[in-house]
Design a protein around this ligand. Structure first.
Ligand code: PMP
Length: 389
């Protein structure tokens, strides 16, 4: 049976991983500056995470949500502690799209409205509502199109204010990534997030902070939206929450009560997923990974800033992006093939860095010296590599 085509696939077969490194089946070592797409938070195969999952697996992996599952409460308590939002409530599910789907549904149950404000270049997932508020026509099927999704320009306070003044009573929710990931590492300004908070308060709309990619400590704060000093009504999270184990959640402010609706999912919050997610939070706390993300992220940022060929450097902590000019179009490919470094990309010419929060300065230096070397080769006009291993 053939695999259904999803992404362009290169020929590298990664079979082993540890910390910020992965190895292919031929024994080649690679630095993972992409964190397996922002998923690896505490480092690949972290020994404590492995141990906790193994222990849980031997006890019980799954039972229906119709019984009480005490490890869910343990996870909620730890999340409240580490995120600083102790009075919020946790709903557990399985993916970022599912988290956003439920957040949007919940907002609509809560205030009874339908219009969702999203922004240019937003990415919120591939299920029906999540994709309807995603600004990427290539993944929105005709059945997903809805007049309830309103797209406004990102960071445009005037457009937002204007929309609310005219239609505020119909707005169910505003959904926004604190830093857009798939859209190319675009940072929401603090004043923009503050305006969203103010307008949502005024019009009883729900502020949904999509923290699937930019959250979980990656920026140095637990939620990247925290930089603006405002609280969202709902935070959605996935990727880094399980460090590779599929688990997601939504953190819900206390004024949104469950009397309005019912959410549910068979696998959400199963014992094994909770053990993985709990281990991640314990390691983030014990190893001070949020401060590490800030420190090593600031170092990477300031070193990349000195490379004059790279344009529009942006991001926070270990979520960094920059533009590549046409003469550097082979940079990403060459970093992988020649230097064995995984990076991410975004259209049209953006390189994205989303490594593990445990990245060390020494790991960052390996990447930086390869980056400098490859740029100087490309700028001097030497031929680009043809062969992909
Ligand atoms: N929101 C954001 C900001 C994302 O980056 C993604 C995934 N790239 C999603 C939601 C969807 O997450 P998932 O693929 O786990 O459904």
């Amino acid at each position: 049976m053939k695999l259904f085509d999803v992404y362009p696939i290169n020929d590298i077969n990664i079979v082993k991983a540890k910390g910020s490194y992965v190895w292919d089946d031929k024994g080649n070592e690679y630095v993972d500056m992409y964190g397996g797409h922002a998923v690896i938070s505490i480092g690949h195969t972290h020994p404590y995470w492995v141990k906790r999952i193994e222990e849980q697996l031997e006890q019980i992996a799954f039972y229906s949500n119709s019984i009480k599952i005490p490890i869910q409460q343990k996870l909620a308590d730890k999340l409240g502690e580490v995120s600083g939002k102790k009075d919020y409530q946790l709903f557990l599910c399985n993916s970022g799209a599912e988290a956003n789907e439920n957040a949007l549904k919940l907002a609509s149950f809560y205030n009874g409205r339908k219009k969702i404000i999203s922004f240019s270049k937003a990415f919120h997932g591939r299920t029906s509502l999540a994709v309807a508020v995603t600004d990427n026509p290539s993944i929105v099927a005709p059945v997903n199109e809805t007049e309830n999704a309103i797209f406004l320009p990102f960071n445009d306070k005037g457009a937002l204010q204007n929309y609310f003044e005219k239609n505020g009573d119909t707005v169910c929710a505003v959904i926004i990534e604190g830093i857009q990931g798939v859209g190319g590492i675009n940072v929401a300004s603090e004043s923009f997030l503050q305006l969203i908070r103010k307008l949502c308060n005024e019009y009883n709309a729900v502020f949904i902070a999509d923290s699937v990619q930019c959250g979980y400590g990656r920026t140095g704060k637990f939620y990247s939206h925290d930089y603006a000093g405002v609280d969202a009504d709902i935070y959605t999270m996935a990727k880094g929450m399980g460090n590779g184990f599929p688990v997601a959640g939504i953190s819900i402010a206390p004024h949104i009560h469950s009397k309005y609706f019912m959410l549910g999912t068979t696998f959400g919050g199963n014992h094994l997923a909770c053990a993985a997610a709990l281990a991640v939070l314990e390691v983030i706390e014990k190893e001070n990974l949020m401060s590490n993300a800030k420190e090593v992220g600031d170092y990477l940022f300031s070193e990349i800033e000195r490379i004059s060929e790279l344009k529009n450097l942006r991001g926070k902590g270990l979520m960094i992006g920059f533009d590549v000019t046409p003469e550097l179009k082979d940079l990403k490919k060459n970093l992988l093939i020649k230097h064995h470094i995984f990076t991410g990309e975004a259209k049209p010419n953006v390189i994205r860095l989303l490594p593990s929060l445990a990245l060390t300065k020494a790991d960052a230096d390996k990447f930086l010296s390869a980056l400098r070397e490859e740029i100087s080769i490309l700028v001097k006009g030497l031929p680009a590599l043809e062969k992909v291993i």
